[in-house]
Ligand binder design. Sequence first.
Ligand code: 13P
Length: 250
Amino acid sequence: MRRKVIAGNWKMNMLPNEAIAYIEEFEPLVKDTKNEVILCVPYTDLFYCLMNAQGTNIKIGAQNMHFAESGAYTGEVSGKMLKSIGVEYVIIGHSERREYFNETDESVNKKIKAAFENELKPIVCVGEKLEQREAGTAEEVVTTQVKLDLEGLTNEQVKNTIIAYEPIWAIGTGKTATSEDANNMIKTIRHQIAELFGNDVAEEVIIQYGGSVKSSNAKELFTTSDIDGGLVGGASLKPEEFSKIVNYDA
Ligand code: 13P
């Protein structure tokens, strides 16, 4: 049985004092869950969150990283830097980065490799646009992303990658994919991973759903055959609401 992994993506929200207050309220609400809990926070909150989540079951991730280890890349943060302060996870290839910051499958692939070189666990985002879904090309778009993003990784690395299927039309719109549609796409991704890396890897890899997940739909989504948890944006900004998503099975 694969574990469930529920990650919050705060995006560009939360000042350090708000992050500290959040963890104080959130920690007692999720301390008994057997699900894995991750908060992916802005760079400026990382250190505060790591300090305040120490000794708890809350894991901390970043939302992006550069693929180079160091150098003349003004404004960027490397995997080595994230690792040096104790970060465990990093989101790579979120659709907002693909759309607004020229992230490509090629840079995503380099970043995933750099994440592993620095012993960080990547949460890799894939997903189609509304036009692509309407044109009937969603599966092709998503499987191409998966193939290019994971190219050249070892089986062991793919087993340790979390994939987040986030249909772009469902992000921040209140429109959730039906649990059946989301589960079907995730099955397609798992099938493709089986073809590329073998059945063992496909059976183990965690594949999340993201896009307007909230406490009212979490259970329906997370109890399907192939959805192994979620990547949650807006609803992860409120500790009580996010704790209900984490505790969907309590
Ligand atoms: P929402 O949950 O706000 O739709 O955002 C999803 C997302 O982009 C998580 O990475």
